[in-house]
Design a binder for this molecule. Structure first.
Ligand code: SF4
Length: 257
């Protein structure tokens, strides 16, 4: 069963990729809002509905302040404060302001904690989102395939004119201050085979990674239930094989099981 986060501030949880992570969900707590509709989304498909209102900037700041103060009093330090949750966090209209508040509160309570955003990359062309993401320690942006047909099958962009080529041009503007996250998976969806680990896929993927030149690449596979039931996990061994090809090009790669 897929699930939604029912709070604005959640956790801390032990993240496979990030360590002890305190989450911020800038999306509704009773629905999902995303510009992708991935077949592997742990929150389920967009058709479940967008729920009620988004939390206001002041409410996020207030709740984060309360939680960080309580963690400080309990001697419970987070490794990271992570924007994630029920959809795409950068769609929040006050995202830039919330980032500023979060940096301020992090500096006050846990100056050693990193701030991360898990984003699907579709909003980076908006100047205010781009500038906010540049301020963040771990600007983690999704690229599941360099082939448009695969992105359409796996990530199912809501904007029909989405292309990898235009996305890559936007990602290059970070000048290396970004981390690429890639979900590797196999299976079937609506009668079509899904596999972003083929030789053709990996070759195209490495080519665009070289263009984007990220400071790190995080590759991972399925962990929880997915709305498309026929998907399979890709083994760590196989992902390490892909990672080695990236490492041979000089990239830092983290593989999560
Ligand atoms: S980008 Fe993330 S939140 Fe959006 S549909 Fe895909 S997995 Fe779900």
């Amino acid at each position: 069963m897929t699930f939604l986060f029912h709070q604005i501030i959640f956790g801390p949880v032990k993240s496979r990729r990030l360590g002890v992570s305190l989450g911020i969900n800038l999306l509704p707590t009773d629905g999902k809002v995303c510009t992708f509709d991935c077949i592997y989304c742990e929150c389920g498909y967009n058709e479940q509905g967008s729920g009620s209102a988004l939390p206001r900037r002041e409410q996020v700041r207030r709740e984060l302040n309360i939680k960080l103060r309580a963690m400080l009093e309990a001697g419970e330090a987070p490794d990271v404060i992570t924007f994630a949750g029920n959809g795409e966090p950068t769609l929040h209209p006050e995202f830039a302001g919330v980032v500023d508040d979060t940096i301020e509160l992090r500096d006050l309570y846990f100056p050693n904690a990193k701030i991360s955003v898990l984003s699907n990359s579709t909003t980076v062309r908006k100047p205010e989102v781009f500038e906010a993401l540049k301020k963040i320690d771990n600007n983690i942006l999704k690229l599941d395939s360099a082939i448009d047909a695969t992105v359409k099958l796996v990530d199912r962009p809501v904007q029909q004119n989405f292309t990898v080529k235009s996305l890559v041009e936007e990602l290059k503007k970070f000048e290396g201050k970004l981390i690429i996250q890639t979900m590797f998976l196999r299976g079937m969806h609506k009668g079509q085979e899904v596999d972003n680990t083929t030789e053709e896929e990996v070759k195209a993927y490495i080519k665009v990674i070289k263009e984007i030149n990220p400071k790190q690449i995080m590759v991972y596979s399925l962990d929880r239930d997915t709305p498309e039931k026929s998907l399979h996990k890709v083994s760590v061994k196989e992902m390490e094989h892909i990672a080695d090809k990236l490492r041979a090009e000089g990239f830092s790669v983290v593989v999560s099981g």
